[in-house]
Ligand binder design. Structure first.
Ligand SMILES: [Zn+2]
Length: 333
């Protein structure tokens, strides 16, 4: 069922490619002319996808995947295609849906806010609201009930920008910097490095910069990103935030009055977003707590993440997903 059955569940690198602009809002204040601003790292001021957004969204997608497998039609269809009986379908020892007894209490409500955290774990089995506290979703991502709370088994780092697309006179180039790559690269102030180093000058958006040499990046620095080394430009750490922030996607939209279906007056607003094509990286750590056999095996949790990551590609992350934002292709390494 999973392609990943024998994978050792160690801290794992995660790569993500934005196939839509990504909007993760700060929910409030605005900078300059933008009304809807996105989350940034407070120190570097570079936009990012917070680990909490990633974890919350993935929790929902694991719950969704689990629920879809409980549907009889789905099971019948799956069995037919596999040429097996329904009972045989879940015999796979690595199957995270069948293997965990508590999954029979799972509901889609195991994702999202827990609206019933004041009740006991036993009561939670039988009511139709709040986290159940028994299924793989609750155990892997954490839950809190009266007298019993669990932190969960997974830690999600922020997804930070690794390569960022910028228009140049030679087409789109992906910029990065020594700090983003976590690599020492000698580079003179206010200059950039390209693969061949012979362009003399190259504009990154509106900023024209001297090309002072070749970057010495290798294929493995690109991770699983499908990028071409020729399309990568290294810029100094002192410029990276400024260039990223001045090349974000900015869109103007209009609020629609839900009653009349027409545009509301004075309802024009602007939103910024991380552009399509941006490549992110981060880390997921799994914890198997010693001596706690109420928690599922980490391998199964890992398979649950693998099997549900497909939803990021279709349903996305963050806000304005109905306006064509948010889709993300995720790769676990
Ligand atoms: Zn649950």
């Amino acid at each position: 069922m999973s392609e990943n059955q024998n994978k050792n569940p160690k801290p794992t690198e995660i790569f993500a490619i934005a196939t839509d602009p990504i909007y993760i809002g700060t929910g409030g204040y605005n900078i300059g002319r933008v009304d809807n601003t996105i989350v940034r790292d407070p120190i570097t001021n570079i936009p990012k996808i917070p680990g909490s957004s990633l974890a919350g969204t993935w929790r929902y997608y694991v719950a969704l995947e689990l629920q879809s497998h409980f549907k009889d039609d789905y099971k019948k269809d799956l069995a037919k295609r596999a040429g097996k009986k329904i009972e045989e379908l879940f015999d796979d020892p690595q199957n995270w849906m069948k293997k965990i007894d508590g999954n029979r209490f799972a509901r889609i409500k195991c994702a999202g806010q827990d609206e019933a955290s004041k009740i006991s774990l036993e009561e939670a089995q039988n009511i139709n609201t709040g986290h159940c506290g028994h299924c793989i979703v609750c155990k892997a991502f954490g839950f809190s009930k009266e007298k019993k709370a669990s932190q969960g088994m997974l830690f999600f780092s922020d997804l930070n920008i690794l390569f960022f697309p910028v228009f140049t006179r030679l087409g789109v180039r992906w910029i990065t910097s020594p700090k983003l790559l976590n690599k020492e690269i000698a580079i003179s102030e206010n200059t950039i490095l390209t693969k061949n180093g012979d362009e003399q000058y190259l504009n990154l958006g509106w900023l024209n910069l001297e090309v002072s040499g070749c970057h010495i990046l290798e294929e493995r620095d690109l991770g699983n990103s499908d990028l071409n080394l020729n399309d990568v430009v290294v810029v100094p750490d002192s410029l990276i935030s400024q260039i990223i922030n001045s090349n974000l996607e900015v869109r103007t939209s209009v609020s629609i009055d839900p009653i009349t279906g027409a545009a509301k007056e004075k309802a024009l607003f602007t939103s910024e977003a991380i552009p399509r094509g941006t490549i992110f990286c981060g880390e997921i750590r799994g914890f198997q707590r010693e001596g706690d056999d109420s928690l599922p095996d980490l391998d199964l949790v890992w398979n649950a993440l693998e099997d549900s990551k497909k939803y990021f590609k279709s349903l996305g992350i963050g806000g304005m997903t109905t306006r064509g934002f948010g889709r993300l292709k995720i790769m676990l390494i």
